[in-house]
Design a protein around this ligand. Structure first.
Ligand SMILES: Cc1ncc(C[n+]2csc(CCOP(=O)(O)OP(=O)(O)O)c2C)c(N)n1
Ligand SMILES: [Mg+2]
Length: 376
């Protein structure tokens, strides 16, 4: 893979909206859908902004944001239908926001306020549940793709007419799980769409140090499945490519891998400082390709948005996020030991060791020096 500076991604992928918002051909969605995409992206920005301020104040311990990458989760989620499945990582919260996922529960999750009584504190009306089924957010890289392919196969065996979408970061394509999942999906024609969210960095590792392949899309070749490379900052292009892949999957033609090219404008997470390992000049290049500005420019050119409408969308997003934070704060804190629940049928040696370390820490001991694990 060439260095990003040598392969400025303004060619070699499908694009519908130019960076200045100019449309090529026909818009792949109607105006109402385009507005819903825009509103979701604005909501996600407000959410990300607020969560960062909560993290800085110590209300949230760690956070990864979707800033600048929203067109991928939003455009792809918009191509799903009610009853479909989605397996996101920490980078695709906007997928769920597009389908009306409850903000208060998302905030409560980040705060560690997630008791088994969540239903009691943040009741969710059946009617308000997202029509697309979302798995919890995956932190172990690539595990969501194997599980998504399994879920797609389960639906296929049941003759369900559903499609399963999962996401994988550029760095996570180096995981064995990714290749195993793709291979299996290819052999058994799983109705599974996998989106490589190529933001060109895996923490401090640039994509050209991640793979010697020219593209991430071509990794589908070995699994015998179709693949496409898409401008990941163009929400219409992401939608159109996902739509093609979803249609193939739904009509029994099997899986697809899409590579959506974007850029992680943010630090990897709040424990990271990207300034320590990359050049600030990259930011300027990508600022001109911002996905929200691009869709906004298009909608303005269609007279579907003006200053007043934008102000009202921003005010609404602000109110929804503030309200969600207030409600999430009212949920009691979870017992830290719950992090060990629901992993394996019976506790492993590793888990027992980690649980004892945590208990040592809670007793005020230093788990690294005072706790030996002897006798476990
Ligand atoms: C199996 C596994 N190994 C390592 C990690 C630690 N880790 C978390 S995020 C990350 C980088 C992932 O980069 P990429 O796949 O490009 O996704 P991005 O964060 O850029 O969206 C690593 C190494 C993990 N969560 N899971
Ligand atoms: Mg990445």
């Amino acid at each position: 893979m060439a260095k990003w500076t040598e392969s400025r991604p303004d060619e070699d992928f499908s694009r519908v909206l130019a960076p200045d918002g100019t449309l090529s051909g026909e818009a792949p969605v109607d105006e109402a859908t385009a507005l819903r995409m825009y509103e979701t992206m604005k909501l996600s920005r407000r959410y990300d902004e607020k969560m960062l301020s909560l993290q800085r104040r110590g209300e949230i311990s760690i956070l990864s944001r979707s800033w600048g990458e929203e067109a991928i989760p939003v455009g792809s989620a918009a191509a799903l239908e009610a009853g479909d499945w989605c397996f996101p990582t920490y980078r695709q919260t906007p997928s769920k926001l597009y389908w009306g996922g409850p903000l208060d529960r998302a905030v409560a999750g980040l705060m560690g306020h997630e008791p088994e009584t969540i239903e009691e504190h943040l009741p969710l009306d059946k009617a308000d549940e997202p029509a697309v089924n979302f798995s919890p957010i995956y932190i172990p890289l690539a595990a969501n793709v194997t599980n998504a392919v399994g879920s797609a196969m389960a639906d296929k065996f049941e003759d369900e007419d559903t499609v399963t979408l999962s996401y994988i970061g550029d760095g996570s394509t180096s995981q064995g799980d990714f290749y195993e999942a793709l291979n299996f999906a290819g052999v058994f024609d799983a109705p599974a769409v996998t989106i490589c969210h190529n933001n060109q960095w895996a923490i401090s590792v640039p994509s050209h140090r991640q793979t010697a392949a020219d593209t991430f899309a071509q990794k589908a070749e070995a699994a015998g499945m179709p693949h496409e490379r898409v401008d990941g900052n163009d929400v219409f292009a992401v939608y159109a490519a996902t739509q093609r892949a979803v249609e193939r999957a739904r009509s029994g033609e099997g899986p697809t891998l899409l590579e959506c090219v974007t850029y992680r404008v943010d630090d990897h997470n709040t424990a990271d400082d990207a300034g320590a390992y990359r050049d600030d000049s990259e930011q300027a290049f990508w600022a001109e390709r911002d996905p929200v500005d691009r869709l906004e420019a298009y909608l303005r050119s269609e007279d579907a948005l003006d200053d007043e409408a934008i102000e009202s969308i921003e005010a609404d997003a602000d109110e929804r996020v503030e309200d969600a934070v207030d409600r999430a704060r009212d949920v009691p804190e979870d017992d830290p030991e719950r992090i060990f629940d629901n992993h394996l049928q019976s506790e492993s040696w590793n888990e027992r060791h980690q649980r004892e370390e945590l208990r040592a820490e809670q007793r005020g001991e230093n788990p690294f020096t005072d706790f030996t694990g002897d006798g476990l």
